[in-house]
Design a protein around this ligand. Structure first.
Ligand code: ATP
Ligand code: MG
Length: 410
């Protein structure tokens, strides 16, 4: 909850400083996060474990990060007073969602170290900017985005090249978890889908023959040193991430190396500071296509919490505090299963039930993470379980056992 501001110790911190922002000081050092969802909650846990106080700015009073933060600024993300309070309190501020406005980040940057910076976040907010950026990087990264065309107005639909169809029409801004997207086969279907999206700017992407999907987490410090995590193979269901498997059973060494190299080129060219997740498609002919970036830790990077030397949230803390980045080495094969609100209901009915977490935790390799959301709803991300084991088949076996317990069809 919002409390009066007492600690202004970080006001004196020289902004241009490249000095690390150390934890465990007297008075304590505060880190801030824009957004109060589960990513903010896991960031908060990690920052607190490392000795920082954490402030969250989030308009929703009952939210996953607000429950655990040392201070909750209960305000809209663009509230000038709350932003000023946050900047005065926190030595550094990060974000847990991509749609925080550039203006808010710029306001915070007047008094705090903001990582990632507004300019890099804005690339992730606009699918056209993002695709132009990927294309500009391709000379070095060797990986292109899907063939596409901007549909800014209905007139643009008339000159869609035939080979872009069938395709996917995506809003340029504010899409997530497959929302703001429509699959289209004909020009008439594009017209209908564009009208259904109320004529907001869209991009039409060619529908590609995907073999599987992967993502790569990269982290870059304020000193421009970057590290890359093992590549993750992702399975989506109904537009929502279902499982992440690392090492990915389909991923060749060559694909892994190429995607990791592309990720390092992209983070470098963005001059990005913080954790960045880059999603790729692998096509049936083995070629690699870059899809999008998320300027924050990512659902597909949750496996790092239990399977790697340094979790993505610990890397986020280290990057924003200008500390050395941690080792990205994975010590155990891992499968991450997202837990949606559906498992709080019997089958397809409205009948509520409590999932048998005791039985899940009887599986020796299961690491349960629940986000403290009071209302389970179908399709709502409530938590995740990571299975780590000595071998990938052993982890997959435990995944199958957990799905049987929770009534999830694998
Ligand atoms: P999220 O927030 O889950 O990352 P999103 O709403 O930002 O999703 P995308 O990642 O662009 O949207 O697309 C969602 C899913 O749709 C992809 O993971 C992929 O399965 C499928 N998809 C997207 N674009 C294409 C394409 N050009 N060809 C084939 N499949 C695609
Ligand atoms: Mg995506």
């Amino acid at each position: 909850m919002q409390q009066p501001l007492k600690n202004t110790s970080t006001l004196d911190l020289p902004l241009a400083s490249s000095a690390p922002i150390l934890p465990g000081t007297t008075p304590p050092t505060w880190l801030g996060v824009m957004g109060g969802g589960q990513l903010g909650r896991m960031f908060t846990h990690q920052a607190q474990a490392m000795g920082y106080k954490v402030a969250v700015l989030e308009p929703e009073p009952d939210c996953p990060a607000g429950h655990v933060a040392d201070r909750h600024f209960l305000a809209n993300y663009s509230d000038a007073f709350a932003l000023a309070d946050m900047a005065a309190l926190c030595a550094a501020v990060t974000t847990e969602f991509e749609n925080v406005s550039a203006q808010s980040l710029a306001t915070l940057a007047q008094h705090s170290f903001v990582a990632p910076a507004a300019a890099s976040v804005s690339v992730a907010q606009d699918r056209m900017l993002e695709k132009r950026f990927f294309t500009a990087c391709a000379k070095e990264s060797t990986v292109l985005p899907a063939p596409h065309k901007l549909i800014a107005s209905a007139a643009d639909i008339d000159d869609i090249p035939a080979d872009l169809l069938p395709g996917i029409l995506k809003t340029v801004r504010l899409g997530y978890d497959g929302k703001g997207q429509a699959r289209v086969r004909t020009l008439d279907e594009v017209r209908q889908a564009f009208a259904d999206m109320n004529g907001v700017e869209c991009v039409l992407e060619k529908m590609l023959p995907l073999a599987y999907e992967v993502s790569v987490l990269v982290v870059r410090g304020a000193d421009a040193k970057a590290v890359v995590c093992p590549i993750a193979e992702n399975v989506h269901r109904d537009g929502i991430l279902f499982t992440t498997t690392v090492p990915g059973p389909n991923v060749s060494d060559e694909t892994a190396k190429r995607a990791q190299h592309a990720a390092l080129v992209i983070i470098e060219q963005l001059a990005y500071v913080g954790v960045l997740c880059i999603e790729f498609f692998v096509l049936q002919d083995g070629s690699l296509v870059v899809n999008e970036v998320a300027p924050r830790p990512h659902n597909s990077g949750h496996y790092t919490m239990d399977a790697c030397v340094t979790s993505q949230f610990a890397q986020q803390v280290r990057a924003m505090a200008r500390l050395p980045l941690g080792d990205t080495r994975q010590h155990s094969p891992a499968v991450m299963l997202n837990i949606l609100g559906d498992v709080w209901f019997e089958g397809d009915s409205d009948q509520a039930r409590e999932p048998a977490w005791d039985k899940i935790l009887a599986l020796p390799s299961a690491h349960l993470h629940l986000y403290g959301k009071a209302q389970p709803r179908r399709g709502r991300k409530m938590g995740h379980i990571t299975f780590i084991a000595a071998t990938l088949p052993a982890a997959q076996q435990q995944l199958a056992a957990a799905c049987a317990i929770l009534g999830i069809v694998l």
